[in-house]
Structures are given as C-alpha cells and as structure tokens.
Ligand binder design. Structure first.
Ligand SMILES: Cc1ncc(COP(=O)(O)O)c(C=O)c1O
Length: 465
C-alpha cells in the first residue's frame, strides 16, 4: 500500500520541542531503508535509535547509556566528545564550508592535510594524497588508478586484481569485485571480471585442516604464487589486502605474511595495495597496519578514523613509483576520476584535528595497551564458556568466534549470537555480531576502567547463555 503523502511541516521536528520518539520510530519504519539490512526483517525488528553520545558512551531513545564497543563502525577512534575536532569543523564552516578540488582550484586545509599525511607516511614512502569521501571511494580510486598506472607504464595487459577470501573492501562495484565474502557479491553479479580471491591463513578455521601457522601460511603463499603463474603475471595489476581482516571476522595474519606478499609482488611486478580503511590511524596498536608488519605498500586506502567519524572522508596515498608514472606521462596521465567531495575543506579540517589528537594522546599506544587488557579478559571468559571457540585480535580490533560445539567448531546459530548481543547491551555495552563472530572496535581513547566495564557486560551476557 502506498504511504500517505507527507507534508513538509510534518517531516520537521520543531526546534526546542522534545521529539516524540514513537513518532520518529514510525517514520523510520515507514521511510528508511538501512544499509546492510533486510528491509522487511528490519521493519519487524526496529533498530535502536541512538540519540546522543559522550566519551565512549552512546545513549538510545529508551534511556540506555552503554559503552560503544563498536566505535561507531570502526571509526570513532577519539570518542564522541572530541572538542578539537568539533571546533576545527565549526571554524572551517565559518571560513570556507566548501570548495572543489577539481582541476584549477584547491583550498588551504586540503594542502595542509596532504602535506601532513605525506610526512606521517614517509616511512612507507607515500608521496601523494588523493582525497575521497569514504572507504569504498578510496578502494575504487586505488583500483582505477592502478589500471591507469599500468597503461602509463606501457603494460596495458596488467588489469586483474588479486585479494583474499574473507577480505572486505567496501561496496562499490570494484570493491565488491575484490571482496572475498559471497554475502556482498552474489546479489550484485556480474561483478568486475579478472578479480581472484585467494585463501587467507586463518588458523582457527581453515579449509586445509592445518593447525600450524607456518605450514598454513606456506600453503596459502604457494597457492597465491601458483595462481599468479596460472593467470600470468603480465595480466595481474595489483594485490589488495587489509593488514588485519576486519569484516571477515578479525583475521590477524602471522607477521611473515605481509613481508612475503611484498616479496611475491616484487618478484612478479604486481602492485601491493594496503586497504587501511579500518587499520589506519592506530587501531591495531601501530599507526598503520602495513607499518605493524614492516611493509611498504604501493598504495594505501584510508577513511573512517581519518576524521574519527566526525565527517565522511577518505584518502588514497600513492608512492613514488605511481607518482612518477603519472608525472612523466603525456595527456593520457590526466586523472579521469574524482568526487565532488574529494578534499572537502571541512573534512580536511576534521582530519588535521584528528591527527593532532591521535599524536598528542599516543592513541596507537593506548590501543595496544587496552587491546592486551581486553584480550586477557576474553581469554578468561573463554575458559568459562564453551561457546567461545576463539578469541583473537590486534590492538583494539578484537573478535570472538562463537561455536555450537568446540570440537567440531560448528558456528553458533546467528540468532543466539544476536540474543547474546542484546543481553550484553542490557548489561552496558554495544557489540556487533556478524554471523557467528562478535566484532569489537571501541574508541581508542577508552580507559582501563571502561575496558573493565565492557568485560563485565560481556560476562553478564555470556552468563545468560
Ligand atoms: C577494509 C575496508 N575497506 C573499505 C571499506 C568501505 O568503507 P566505507 O563503508 O566507508 O565505504 C570498509 C568498511 O568497513 C572496510 O572495512
């Protein structure tokens, strides 16, 4: 049945008046389709309406105040009360709310940010910043500029992309094509041709039944090399990977994987793209995921925590090899790619403030310390609850794999996982469950006692299982 027409005045919440939350809920059910949700199922199970936030806490329309162990969605690294970011945004809105960075114009904050990022990423050899509006945009930019790079480099046949099974690279057609999770692929096929997903060495749950990480890593690397030879190195443009797989269930590679990937890419002249949309800016306990593994990628994709979620923003960083191919090219080196909001001045101001606070508070250091504290508590919980098959993580990227049976590692029914998340919420923490895996990525400003509160909420949730 068609919805009744809505008049303009009906859609507005009059200022200064307490909003009528039932009315807002009904409106949500009537008018909104949510990302990553089934519209019908979501209508039957309405979402929580988040009405406010402070520090690492969020509040909902029913008056719950809980620790946000999701950190927005991997992005609110500095928590919800970061005055320097809010002030930077407000000031920038006064000075210049927008100007385009397309050919012929730029803005001062954009220049400042590009310089800062190139400086911060000097150890990785990054030379240029190309700004975007988010993670999927940054990945799309990486894939498109990779294709252009190889054309400029006189090898136009290098067009294919390799990535990992279980990898997640956003939802644009390019990113979806390199994704390694059928949940994000099947409904949208046909995707980009020439995208090949290869096995990732997931120790807990691998299809080879191998339980030695070195042996497993060797097997995966051998498969990658065989596939390179099978496809032909002269057809492969790049390998794109997350330094720690996030949405794929927090899969932490062994320290040898990234250096070995770099070696393989060098051997066969394939670009290495680090998708740092989640791992960038401290989440794993290092400033960048690639830095944690001691590897210099050719490109690095950023978004999310680059502005701590206060403004939709992203960046692709490029090294000297890519830079010089474009700089030394003829007209075919013109970049036919970009977004209206590439380098939005307000986003640049937010990113600069975020960088300042991340440095001054050594948030990667806190992520490392608090991550260890959380992992220690989770190991204790694991010893008490059979349904915790595995706990794993790096810094404040932490996952709990829920199983129906430890021996067979049969995944727990996702509905039981959802019920667990509800109990944890009632006990004081928001967690996210995807399939049978709890994913946690709290703000990096979280304190020792707040981690204790989070652990207590988890313990209450598991005790009710
Ligand atoms: C590794 C990775 N890449 C890309 C993306 C896409 O980012 P966005 O949702 O900002 O488009 C995500 C989102 O979670 C991600 O985790």
């Amino acid at each position: 049945m068609a919805a009744e027409p809505v008049t303009l005045s009906e859609t507005l919440i009059p200022s200064g008046v307490e909003p009528d939350l039932d009315h807002i809920r009904a409106r949500n059910a009537r008018s909104v389709w949510h990302p990553m949700a089934h519209p019908g199922v979501h209508q039957a199970n309405p979402p929580r309406i988040i009405t406010g936030a402070e520090g690492v806490y969020i509040e909902d329309d029913e008056g719950h105040r809980v620790i946000d162990a999701v950190g927005g969605i991997w992005n609110v690294n500095l928590g919800y009360s970061c005055t320097p970011i809010k002030q930077a945004i407000a000031q920038q809105l006064d000075v210049l709310p927008f100007y385009s960075a397309f050919k012929g114009t730029t803005s001062t904050r954009l220049i400042e940010l590009a310089d800062r990022l190139v400086g911060v990423l000097e150890p990785e050899g990054m030379r240029r910043a190309f700004f975007t509006s988010g993670g999927s945009d940054s990945v799309e930019t990486a894939l498109r500029l990779t294709r252009q790079f190889w054309k400029l480099a006189g090898q136009p046949g290098k067009v294919k992309f390799f990535s990992f099974k279980k990898g997640y690279h956003g939802t644009h057609f390019g990113g979806a094509s390199v994704n390694g999770n059928d949940r994000f692929r099947k409904s949208y096929e046909p995707l980009l041709p020439g995208c090949i997903q290869l096995p990732f060495p997931s120790l807990y749950n691998n299809p080879f039944g191998i339980d030695d990480i070195d042996e497993l890593t060797d097997v995966c690397l051998r498969q990658i090399e065989q596939e390179i030879n099978y496809q032909g190195a002269d057809s492969i443009a790049a390998f794109i990977a997350e330094p720690v797989l996030g949405a794929g269930g927090i899969q932490v590679p062994p320290p040898s994987l990234w250096p070995a990937l770099r070696t393989l890419c060098d051997k066969y002249d394939i670009l290495l793209i680090a998708d740092e949309v989640v791992t960038g800016f401290g989440r794993t306990g290092s400033w960048f995921g690639a830095r944690a593994w001691g590897v210099k990628p050719d490109m690095m994709c950023f978004a999310k925590a680059i502005t701590s979620g206060y403004f939709p923003f992203g960046a692709l960083m490029l090294n000297e090899r890519i830079e010089s191919a474009f700089m030394e090219s003829g007209p075919e080196g013109a970049i036919g790619h970009g977004y209206t909001y590439s380098g939005h001045p307000v986003g640049c101001a937010a990113a600069l403030a975020t960088l300042d606070v991340t440095f001054s508070q050594d948030l990667p250091g806190n992520a490392s310390a608090r991550g260890e504290q959380l992992m220690d508590s989770l190991k204790v919980l694991q010893s008490e609850h059979e349904m915790i098959g595995d706990v794993r993580g790096k810094g404040l990227m932490v996952g709990i794999e829920l199983v129906a049976d430890r021996e067979s590692k049969t995944p727990l029914d996702p509905q039981l996982g959802e019920a667990l998340a509800d109990r944890v919420f009632a006990a004081g923490a928001m967690i996210r469950v995807t399939g049978n895996i709890i994913i946690m990525s709290p703000p990096l400003v979280i304190t020792e006692s707040e981690i204790d509160s989070l652990t207590q909420a988890l313990a209450v949730g598991f005790a009710g299982a």
